[in-house]
Design a protein around this ligand. Structure first.
Ligand code: FES
Length: 146
């Protein structure tokens, strides 16, 4: 085999392996998608946390919040008797939002969108509300669900 033929064959084989490997790694058999943070956007939201235990114990204090990493839900204790939960992913371009206790609102630093505690847009560029989830507190166990 000539050197040129060898290099061509190895090159073609290597390219085929790379393409096959990419196809395997770039698709998912369950049809779900991932966001920029690598977390599952289509995960079913239904989880419980014990707010007496770290890191959830931030929810014992008004203004305290916790972001659940699997579902990207931000849970916030807004008043002495209310804990709310909304999607932590901005509806504009999917950056992460944070809770601002001093203004009792959600804020996206990427482009400045602001959302109320109901998830409604109060300042754009986002135009769609954050998805809000239901919460129930039984003792110290908080359930968050759709
Ligand atoms: S991604 Fe949030 S305002 Fe643009």
């Amino acid at each position: 085999m000539e050197r040129k033929d060898f290099i061509e064959q190895v090159g073609l084989s290597g390219a085929a392996i790379l393409i096959f490997g990419c196809m395997q790694g770039c698709s998912k058999s369950d049809g779900t998608t991932t966001n920029n943070n690598g977390n599952n956007n289509n995960a079913t939201v239904d989880f419980t946390i014990d707010i007496s235990k770290s890191p959830y114990d931030a929810l014992k204090n008004i203004g305290g919040f916790y972001v659940e990493p699997i579902t990207n839900v931000i849970v916030v204790k807004t008043t002495a008797s209310e804990i709310i939960a909304v999607s932590a992913i901005c509806t504009h371009q999917q950056a992460s939002i944070t809770y601002q206790a001093n203004n009792n609102r959600f804020y996206c630093a990427a482009h400045g969108s602001v959302f109320s505690t109901t998830g409604a847009v109060t300042t754009g560029p986002a135009t769609a509300a954050l998805k809000k989830y239901q919460t129930t507190l039984t003792g110290t166990v908080l359930r968050v669900f759709a």
